[in-house]
Design a binder for this molecule. Structure first.
Ligand code: GDP
Length: 299
């Protein structure tokens, strides 16, 4: 919890900075409301949220004094309302096993690290975990995932650089099924430069999976880098075009001032948010608590 509040301090500081100077007036008027709305949008919380908070303030405080404490309270309440319905941990519940989790996202978003963190989380819950290096495009990605697998002591199925990703996934599901693995986490290529190719590749993986187990993939988790701000929002749209995204993990919420983007994403797309990344270490993946998150952002 401390980690979350520490990590989101820059986000709440930025919100605070954007709001300073708005509390000097004796009574709340239209101009101040405009300024507050603007400040909330600039803080990445999204236009819908900004309008709602404005309306609540107008209802409760118009022509009355507006304190910073009251404003932060309203902001936290409104954020929590948006986040609560989307907070959903990844549960391992697929029968027959394994549950197949496809992890997608652009290169550099923290995909590999998130896969390792998720694997660690499932290991802690006593599940048998296997990784599949389905990003055959980048040798570095295969190597990185292998290092994580070794460190975590979990099996990994990988192919050659430039090899067929669907083939790797096929082999992984086969082995996972034979060895009684509970959860198979599949890395995928993150080349958005060629959307068509990526779509074809993900489709092929999906077809191969479906042949082995009609319910697979059970989850398609999109990894987003919070530091990219509004860009993270457009990535949701692009990836929803190429794959059926079932949930999000937002990374790098530590040390960014752009944590508000999580709220904008929740509000606009209403996709489940499974967890958040608050650091580079294996234990730095946190289940997503809407109340804490709202308070950490509102400050
Ligand atoms: P990929 O290319 O998407 O697989 O990205 P990586 O998993 O290799 O991560 C890219 C960089 O971001 C690495 O230096 C990671 O350590 C770092 N990273 C990943 N998640 C987080 C996070 O939650 N917080 C911070 N601060 N760094 C992260």
């Amino acid at each position: 919890r401390e980690r979350l509040f520490g990590g989101l301090k820059r986000t709440s500081d930025r919100l605070g900075d954007n709001l300073t100077g708005l509390f000097t007036k004796a009574a709340l008027d239209d101009q101040t409301l405009d300024e507050i709305e603007e400040a909330l949008i600039v803080s990445d919380l999204g236009p819908a949220m900004a309008v709602r908070i404005r309306e609540r303030l107008a209802e409760g405080r118009f022509n009355k004094e507006l304190t910073e404490e009251y404003l932060r309270e309203i902001i936290a309440e409104e954020i929590e309302k948006v986040l609560a319905p989307v907070a959903r941990e990844l549960e391992i519940e697929a029968f027959p096993r394994p549950q197949v989790i496809l992890v997608i996202g652009v290169n550099g978003s923290g995909k590999t690290t998130t896969i390792a963190k998720l694997a660690n989380l499932f290991l802690e819950q006593d599940y048998g975990v296997m990784l599949a290096a389905g990003d055959t495009f980048r040798a570095a990605a295969i190597g990185q995932l292998k290092i994580w697998a070794e460190r975590l002591g979990v099996p990994i199925v990988s192919g050659k650089e430039g090899g067929d990703a669907a083939g790797v996934v096929f082999e992984a599901v086969k082995q996972a099924t034979e060895t009684g693995i509970d959860v198979l986490i599949v890395d995928t290529a993150g080349r958005l430069q060629n959307k068509r190719e990526l779509m074809d590749e993900l489709d092929k993986i999906r077809r191969v999976l479906g042949r082995l187990n009609p319910a697979a993939p059970h989850d398609v988790v999109l990894v987003l880098d919070a530091t990219t701000g509004q860009n993270a929002l457009s990535q949701i749209e692009v990836f929803q075009d190429v794959a059926k995204v079932t949930g999000l993990v937002m990374t790098k919420l530590d040390g960014t001032a752009r944590g508000g983007i999580l709220v904008a994403a929740a509000e606009k797309y209403r996709l489940p948010i499974h967890a958040i990344g608050v650091g580079e270490k294996i234990e730095d993946l946190r289940p997503f608590d809407p109340g804490d998150m709202a308070k950490a952002i509102a400050g």
